[in-house]
Design a protein around this ligand. Structure first.
Ligand code: SAM
Ligand code: SF4
Length: 280
């Protein structure tokens, strides 16, 4: 910022470029650290949540987003924790939607979909453009083992999003010994449902420090498993963090191979935590 009297939306000529020369067009906002799931690869069994007073208010977030859009952010993704656990999220999306005439092009969300049945239509009407939904298994027992929550509300949430015409993609983190036996079944299920699926390599982000290299199911492992069952064509890499594979000339499968094939040099994202820490 230059200290002049222009409002945030007037800083259009400036650009967000980090210390590695990467242009930033995407912003990921953690609306809350809280979550109703306990995914084995993400949350400890007994998490300690931030105090509510330490979390940025929606007013503060909106001011920040106005400034970021004026500096070139075109895509905002709301995440968490679980973003649908934060009261007022629909109104916040409605407020973000008013930044679209000022350069914001897309508002997205990543959610576990547990509460989506209740919110899907309101989110669509408020201006949400698309949703990534985490789905690590399509079997009730495996799902319960991995997340400690039942699968039924999640499947209802997926159906509600489809009914509301909200474009969705599924995200699946594969962990050896937990859900890697479902690679083929998950792919076939998503293919039949005509929902794009992305497998994500297990990263060492988990609080309980359970991550081990041998628990990572790599991009090559996944392609090997699917090879006998589909005609698979690898697509040229774009800016998407996922490598895209076309199955049977008609279905798009993504694999985010952060561990086996890192792509940090082309990352165009910023992220801000619920407490307001900003990271490139
Ligand atoms: N609660 C929402 C959800 O699960 O979709 C949003 C927050 S969650 C942290 C965002 C994404 O990070 C999810 O797709 C989740 O699968 C992924 N994720 C969490 N921990 C991960 C890990 N250790 N390795 C890879 N992906 C992880
Ligand atoms: Fe919650 Fe998402 Fe983490 Fe699972 S991955 S525990 S749903 S924040």
């Amino acid at each position: 910022m230059d200290g002049s009297t222009t409002t945030p939306l007037e800083h259009r000529s400036a650009q967000l470029i980090d210390q590695f020369g990467r242009h930033k067009h995407k912003l990921r906002i953690s609306l809350t650290d809280r979550c109703n799931f306990r995914c084995s690869y993400c949350m400890p069994d007994r998490p300690e949540w931030l105090a509510r007073k330490d979390i940025l208010s929606f007013e503060e977030l909106l001011t920040f987003c106005e400034m970021m859009v004026s500096l070139g952010i075109r895509h905002i993704r709301l995440t968490g924790g679980e973003p649908l656990m934060r009261q007022g999220v629909v109104n916040f999306i409605d407020a973000l939607n008013r930044l679209k005439p000022h350069g914001l092009e897309r508002i997205s969300m990543t959610s576990n979909a547990f509460y989506l049945n209740k919110y899907a239509l309101a989110l669509k009407e408020a201006g949400l453009d698309d949703l990534n939904i985490s789905l690590d298994s399509i079997h009730a027992d495996t799902f319960m083992n991995m997340t400690k929550r039942p699968i039924a509300p999640v499947l209802e949430g997926i159906a509600a999003a489809q009914q509301a015409n909200l474009p969705i993609k599924l995200n699946c983190v594969l962990v050896a010994g937990q859900n890697d036996h479902e690679v083929l079944e998950l792919t076939q299920w998503a293919y039949q449902q005509k929902i794009a699926l992305r497998f994500i390599e297990y990263m060492p982000l988990d609080q309980p420090k359970h991550w081990q290299r041998q628990k990572v199911i790599t991009e090559d492992n996944i392609v090997q498993t699917l090879n006998p069952h589909f005609q698979i064509q690898k697509q040229a890499r774009q800016h998407d963090p996922a490598t895209i594979y076309l199955l049977n000339d008609q279905y798009t499968l993504g694999i985010i191979s952060t561990i086996s094939k890192p792509f940090c040099q082309s990352c165009n994202r910023l992220r801000i935590t619920a407490m307001g820490e900003l990271f490139t």
